[in-house]
Design a protein around this ligand. Structure first.
Ligand SMILES: *[C@@H]1O[C@H](CO)[C@@H](O)[C@H](O)[C@H]1NC(C)=O
Ligand SMILES: *[C@@H]1O[C@H](CO)[C@@H](O)[C@H](O)[C@H]1NC(C)=O
Length: 323
């Protein structure tokens, strides 16, 4: 059984707003103010003020005033919720690649060989079904295109399960923090990622959280494993990836099923929940889906939800974190 979407627990989320803006607050206030106006007009027309109505209107106002500080904490940059029927396109820009890594024809949409569509998982639970056929290199969504910057902290919640073919050969990479800066991509292609690798037996599937802390290290694929976990196909997992993009005081953190994970520093062997480094080699943006491997298996994953924000509370629901 897959865990159901957890009940909303964090402040502000009940507004269920993709981005709760100050203009949103203004609208709420305006509605409350109009309620009071109606009360006053009614009062003057009938020449009998209704203390009950005024009292109620004041209660509405003070209740809303209480909500404002919570609402302004939540700055969701992106929210995808399959159960709410969101189209996968809310994730950003679809990125497909063809047979053997060939470029996907421009202007051509997804097809049965590679797609990423809101549908259902094999148990009938709403999810984006991500698929790529054997030999197809990529079925991803590129998120926050052109919207990331240095010296920020991004919180990325990712609720996902992996289908039977999702092995290390066919689709190694299921999350990327991908460098799009052509000046640095040669030495720092993917500063942080979730990647499958082979376990000790043929049917053991292991996922690694790996990162490259030094963008100037002169190898293309020099990410080092920080954390590792054996996964089961068909089980839904909740990841919370935290990336601080300060070039001098940056770090990454990982929550797995709601718990902050202890990582092992590949250089010092130190156990840490906050791995320091420079994860900002210039324009770097998150991606989810399936990428890499061109082996003989088709592979599938099911994405129940993605949230990206600027506080831990923003992703608490999707990442299963109790705050
Ligand atoms: C989907 O499009 C790709 C790229 O043009 C093509 O190679 C592939 O054969 C198509 N698949 C199907 C099922 O039409
Ligand atoms: C490193 O990876 C990037 C992105 O995939 C690629 O464009 C570049 O050619 C690679 N550089 C080397 C030296 O392999």
């Amino acid at each position: 059984m897959l865990p159901r979407q957890r009940a909303v627990r964090y402040p502000g989320s009940f507004l269920h707003s993709r981005e709760i803006t100050t203009s949103g607050h203004f609208e709420i206030l305006q509605i409350a103010v109009s309620c009071i106006r109606i009360n006053l007009i009614k009062g003057s027309q009938t020449r009998s003020t209704s203390p009950t109505q005024s009292f109620l209107a004041m209660r509405v106002l003070s209740f809303l005033a209480l909500l404002l500080p919570f609402a302004s904490e939540a700055k969701l940059l992106l929210s995808y919720d399959a159960a709410a029927g969101d189209a996968a396109s809310v994730l950003g820009r679809q990125d497909l690649e063809g047979w053997g890594g060939t470029k996907w024809p421009s202007g051509q949409g997804q097809n049965a060989s590679a797609f990423f569509t809101t549908a259902k998982d094999p148990n009938g639970v709403p999810a984006a079904h991500v698929h790529k056929d054997a030999h197809f290199a990529r079925s991803e969504y590129h998120m926050l295109v052109g919207q990331t910057a240095a010296s920020q902290t991004y919180y990325i919640g990712y609720h996902v399960s992996f289908g039977a073919g999702a092995d290390y050969e066919s689709c190694p990479i299921v999350f990327q923090w991908k460098n799009y800066n052509s000046d640095t991509v040669d030495t720092d292609n993917i500063p942080a990622l979730l990647v499958f690798r082979q376990g000790s037996t043929a049917d053991q599937y292991i996922i690694d959280f790996a990162a490259e802390a030094d963008p100037t290290a002169d190898q293309n694929i020099s990410q080092k494993t920080l954390w590792t976990k054996e996964l089961t196909h068909g089980t839904a997992y909740r990841f919370g990836i935290v990336i601080n993009t300060s070039p001098t005081a940056g770090y990454v953190q990982l929550y797995f099923n709601g718990r902050l994970s202890t990582m092992i520093s590949p250089s010092t062997g130190e156990h840490t929940t906050k791995y320091a480094g420079n994860f900002w080699p210039g324009e770097t943006e998150p991606k989810v889906g399936l990428y890499g491997g061109q082996a003989t298996n088709a592979c599938d994953s099911y994405v129940y939800g993605v949230a990206i924000g600027t506080t831990l509370a923003d992703i608490a629901d999707v990442a299963g974190i109790s705050t």
